[in-house]
Write a protein that binds this ligand. Structure first.
Ligand SMILES: [Zn+2]
Length: 314
C-alpha cells in the first residue's frame, strides 16, 4: 500500500516529513506553543469535512501562528460509492461495499492527515464511530454513534486544551445528519464547561460570494444550535504572494486532491469562494468580541504574528 511509510501525525520536528506521497514543511509547533496564541478545535463528522474551513485554518496556522487541532468523529467507511478512481491508487476494489468499508477507514485517515499537513493542523483525533452513509436525520447518528463517548471526549479535550474557538459545520436542516449531530455534540461539550473557560463555537458553511446564504434556523428540539444573525466571511479569493498572484483557493484545491478516495468530492474544485461562519447564540458578549477580533485578524493582519510570537521565534 502506498501509505506504509506513515506512522504518526505528531512527528513535527523534522524539516520535511513524508505524508501521503507529498513533501511539506513540518507545522510550526514551537510557534504555536507560545502563550497567548490563538487555539482552535475543529470538530467534524467525516474525514474531508475540513474542506469547509480550509482557507481559514491555513490562514490561522500558517500565517497567524495559531494552533488548530481536529476531531473526526466517524471512520468515513460510508464513502465508498465514488471511489472508483482511487481503486488503482490504493490497490483495492473500494466501490465494492464490503471492501470499501474494510479499507476506507485507514485510507481516509491517511488522506485526512495529508490534508492536515497542508493546513498546518497540529493534532488529529479519529474517534472511529460508524459511518452509515448519507442521511438528513441527525437521530440516525445518535443511534449509530456512542454519543456519550463522543460528547465526553470533546468535553475533555476542550477542558484540557483550553481552546478559544471551536469550529464545526453549520448544522442546517438540509445538510448531512452527521454534520448536524457533530455540531450538536460540539455545542453540548462547550456548554458543559464553566462559563469562563467556554470556547466560542462557530458553525461554518462554504458558499459563493454574491449569493446570499439561506437563512439558518436552529435544529428542532435543539435550541442551543440557534445562531446569531450576523455572518462572518473569509474569502478564499484573498490575494497574497508575488504580484498578489496567489490566493487560498489553491490551498483548498490541494485539500480536495488529498482525498482521492472521494471521487465526487473532486468536482468541488472551484465551487465555493468564501467560507462563512455563524456564531452560536450561547456566546456572551465577551465571546462575541473574541469572534469579532478573530475575523479582524483573519481579514486585516499582514504577516499576522503578534510581537510576542516574533520574539519567541519558530
Ligand atoms: Zn461530511
Amino acid at each position: 500500500m502506498a501509505h506504509s511509510t506513515q506512522k504518526s501525525q505528531n512527528r513535527t520536528n523534522s524539516l520535511f516529513s513524508r505524508r501521503g506521497g507529498t513533501f511539506l514543511p513540518a507545522p510550526r509547533a514551537t510557534r504555536a506553543a507560545v502563550a497567548g496564541a490563538t487555539k482552535a478545535l475543529l470538530v467534524v463528522a467525516h474525514p474531508d469535512d475540513e474542506y469547509a474551513v480550509a482557507a481559514t485554518v491555513y490562514r490561522l496556522t500558517r500565517e497567524l501562528g495559531a494552533t488548530v487541532d481536529q476531531v473526526v468523529i466517524t471512520d468515513g467507511a460510508g464513502g465508498y460509492r465514488y471511489s472508483a478512481l482511487a481503486e488503482e491508487i490504493y490497490g483495492f476494489p473500494l466501490t465494492d461495499e464490503a471492501t470499501g468499508r474494510k479499507y476506507l477507514p485507514e485510507i481516509r485517515r491517511r488522506e485526512t492527515l495529508a490534508s492536515g499537513r497542508i493546513l498546518g493542523i497540529r493534532r488529529h483525533h479519529f474517534l472511529g464511530e460508524a459511518d452509515n452513509g448519507f442521511t438528513l436525520d441527525p437521530n440516525e447518528a445518535e443511534l449509530a454513534w456512542d454519543i456519550q463517548r463522543v460528547r465526553g471526549f470533546l468535553t475533555q479535550v476542550m477542558e484540557s486544551e483550553q481552546y478559544q474557538f471551536v469550529f464545526t459545520l453549520l448544522p442546517a436542516r438540509d445538510t448531512h445528519g452527521h454534520h448536524q449531530m457533530a455540531a450538536t455534540l460540539a455545542l453540548d461539550a462547550a456548554q458543559a464547561l464553566p462559563e469562563e473557560r467556554r470556547p466560542v463555537v462557530l458553525g461554518a458553511d462554504p458558499g459563493v460570494s454574491g449569493k446570499r446564504p439561506a437563512p439558518y434556523r436552529a435544529l428542532p428540539g435543539r435550541p442551543h444550535t440557534r445562531a446569531a444573525a450576523h455572518v462572518w466571511e473569509f474569502p478564499r479569493t484573498r490575494r497574497f504572494g508575488f504580484r498578489e498572484a496567489l490566493d487560498y483557493r489553491i490551498i483548498v484545491n490541494w485539500v480536495i486532491a488529498e482525498h482521492k478516495s472521494q471521487g465526487y468530492f473532486q468536482t468541488d474544485v472551484g465551487r465555493h469562494d468564501v467560507e462563512r461562519f455563524w456564531v452560536f447564540a450561547s456566546a456572551g458578549s465577551a465571546e462575541w468580541a473574541a469572534a469579532s477580533m478573530l475575523f479582524s485578524r483573519l481579514l486585516h493582519a499582514d504577516s499576522g504574528l503578534p510581537a510576542a510570537m516574533h520574539a519567541q521565534g519558530a
